[in-house]
Write a new protein. Structure first.
Length: 359
């Protein structure tokens, strides 16, 4: 009983921390074109008034200031991504901030020094430096081969004597249905970063290949790791772009399991089976550790790891629509035919009767 209470307390603490923290996460959804143009104009205007120093850029890091270095004009509505996006080797990810997946602003840094690491299935690491596009922190790369790749970013800063560590991660996929010589199950295995203090790993299904995708109603499991080893008792929160969220505590194997809820309800004529919704998984951990970062001492640390994902409507959704339409048409045709036959049977034919008065 006491153990369950501790788990409930940890889950409530996780909900409170996620609600209050300004989390960082990586997204494949680009900002609106209008917002990019506006940011370019603003960047040119700022350039004529002098660029900020490197020290001020570090002081205004998103980890420390929360909402000072992002652009609210970039808020867009995710109305589903274009189908076939995973079938292209060219990828671009953007750094976003906040828990509202629809309106989370894109982080802006003028003197961009954020370093990202991409890990392939074979463990090969490639380091990148994020280059700003119109002031937004972004990374554009070409995947070398078919399969999954994980991109990691790490932000550290000391705030009020506490080390704040943000560890956003995104899972990139290059899939192909024509490469018959590729072992899809082999290239779809999850990747583990054994150098990360906190990581959220999506457990792939045994028969999951590159062409598999999550749909509403699926049960998905995430594993919380620290330097490659499972962590128990960590609150893990899953949230969707429609505002639904749920928090569970990782078990002894570090696993946290969720059911992907249905978030797409449209009219039959407007239904898109390739509509894509977004979710975000957040894990948080506090540690009592002493240290110093850039001359600032700290007595504790707070780690936040994020992992976004995508899912589509269940095929049963549009199949049920089709069945409903078929049944409705059958009832209409059968009912109309039954009414016609009924009225036809009750129709009395005209009969002429002649009366012979002389008879």
């Amino acid at each position: 009983m006491r153990k369950h209470k501790m788990w409930l307390f940890a889950a409530l603490c996780g909900c409170f921390q996620v609600a209050c923290a300004d989390i960082l996460w990586l997204s494949e959804t680009a900002p609106a074109k209008g917002a990019v143009k506006a940011a370019e104009v603003e960047a040119q205007h700022a350039h004529h008034h002098g660029m900020p120093s490197a020290a001020s850029a570090v002081a205004s890091s998103p980890v420390v200031t929360g909402a000072k270095k992002h652009d609210h004009d970039a808020q867009i509505s995710l109305d589903g991504e274009a189908p076939g996006k995973d079938h292209q080797p060219g990828k671009q990810v953007w750094l976003r901030q906040g828990e509202n997946l629809k309106t989370a602003p894109y982080v802006q840094t003028e003197n961009c020094s954020e370093s990202l690491t991409m890990i392939a299935l074979d463990g090969k690491k490639t380091d990148f430096t994020a280059t700003p596009v119109a002031g937004y922190v972004t990374l554009k790369t070409e995947l070398p081969a078919i399969g999954y790749y994980d991109v990691y970013l790490e932000q550290r800063a000391v705030h009020d004597g506490k080390l704040q560590v943000q560890l956003p991660k995104v899972e990139l996929l290059w899939a192909s249905c024509v490469a018959k010589e590729v072992d899809e199950e082999a290239v779809a295995k999850p990747i583990i970063n054994r150098n990360s203090a906190l990581e959220v790993l999506r457990i792939h299904k045994p028969d999951e290949g590159c062409m598999a995708s999550l749909v509403s109603g699926d049960v998905v499991t995430f594993r919380v790791l620290s330097f490659g080893k499972p962590l128990a008792g960590i609150p893990v929160t899953m949230m969707t772009q429609e505002g639904w969220r749920n928090t569970v505590v990782s078990d002894q194997a570090g696993n946290a399991t969720f059911t992907v809820i249905r978030a797409y309800f449209s009219k039959w004529l407007e239904f898109k089976k390739y509509h894509t919704d977004t979710f975000l998984v957040v894990a948080e951990m506090d540690k009592a550790e002493l240290g110093e970062l850039n001359g600032e001492p700290y007595s504790s640390s707070h780690y936040v790891a994020t992992l976004p994902g995508k899912y589509r409507p269940s095929p049963y959704d549009y199949r049920s629509y089709a069945w409903g339409l078929g049944i409705a048409l059958f009832v209409m045709v059968f009912g109309g035919l039954a009414i016609y036959l009924y009225r036809r049977r009750r129709l009395k034919p005209y009969q002429e009767v002649r009366v012979d008065e002389n008879a």
